[in-house]
Ligand binder design. Structure first.
Ligand code: GUN
Length: 299
């Protein structure tokens, strides 16, 4: 069996096109332009690339984009003052503070200082609590993207056995909550799980988000299962000396021989994260303004 490849690039382009349509509607019918503010503290090269892409794509879908680049030694007080200002800025509907933050800044305090309705990352404790109690909330972008692709592939997820490998606050835990909300039977596996291979083999859906290159091989996958690979790992290229390549948490070559459908790395989940950030910004904008929210772009 050779798996269907779930094309995240194409899927993300479709989400962005839907976002752009809603942006036009909001402008034409309500005179509102959704606005996203991104804060970057310090000079982490990977974060800089990511923030640049966010800004570019925000503008491409017709939204208002603001970037705040702060020095690595910015005080917590200054960062909180900026967030306070964005919290009350009527032109801003989404605020994202790029993680990780420099060590001297308290990440939890900073995240929880963003008003929950503008927390397009879905990391605020209120949004986490609302998601886990099944209430309407802002949902973290990467799990939202995975959910969209799973719903598209399966239609209903009800009754399916899902194993989420990884228990992070950003992906694993919210992913498990979203799958539970769609009536999957959910297992969260992690580095201490004893029978992890067996658990994965029994799953209809495996979501891999552990950050261990190619850990999940084909013999861990049940025949016809859907595999969503969230991992993005840079490893030395096996054939080209001095070069690197990107691989997921799943060993693609072997897993794709067994799975029914699989996301590749790159070009799978990755492009969906920014697309879902844009979707979340439109959703936040609609909710803040008491307007009907876009269908198909929320959980
Ligand atoms: N750093 C890596 N991924 C993310 C993300 O999704 N949101 C934020 N705020 N920081 C990140």
């Amino acid at each position: 069996m050779t798996a269907k490849i779930i094309d995240g690039k194409e899927f993300a382009a479709n989400v962005r096109a839907q976002v752009a349509t809603h942006v036009v509607r909001l402008k034409e019918e309500h005179g509102i332009t959704p606005g996203l503010a991104v804060i970057l503290v310090g000079e982490d090269p990977a974060s800089e690339v990511y923030v640049r892409n966010k800004g570019k794509q925000t503008v491409e879908v017709g939204m208002h984009s603001v970037e705040h680049k702060l020095d690595a030694d910015t005080t917590e007080e200054a960062l909180l003052a900026l967030i306070d200002q964005l919290n009350t800025d009527p032109a801003i509907h989404g605020i994202l503070c790029q993680l990780p933050l420099p060590k001297h800044l308290n990440e939890e305090l900073v995240i929880n200082s963003i008003v929950p309705e503008k927390d397009v990352d879905g990391f605020h404790i209120s949004n986490v609590g609302m998601l886990s109690t099944g209430q309407k909330s802002m949902v973290p972008c990467t799990p939202l993207g995975c959910l969209m692709m799973l719903r598209d592939h399966h239609g209903s997820l009800s009754g399916l056995n899902a194993v989420v490998v990884g228990r992070s606050n950003i992906v694993g835990k919210p992913m498990a909550n979203l799958l539970l909300r769609d009536s999957c039977t959910v297992t969260i596996a992690h580095s201490r799980t004893k029978n992890i291979e067996e658990l994965c083999r029994g799953a209809d859906i495996v979501v891999a988000a552990v950050g261990r290159p190619e850990m999940i091989t084909g013999d861990w996958i049940g025949k016809g299962a859907t595999v969503i690979d969230v991992g993005i790992n840079r490893i030395p290229h096996p054939e080209k000396e001095g070069k690197h390549k990107l691989v997921g948490d799943v060993h693609f070559a072997s897993a794709s021989q067994v799975a029914g459908a699989i996301t590749p790395v790159p070009g799978g989940v990755g492009p969906m994260t920014i697309a879902c950030l844009l979707a979340n910004t439109v959703t936040a904008c609609c909710r803040i303004n008491g307007l009907a929210e876009p269908e198909g772009l929320t959980a």
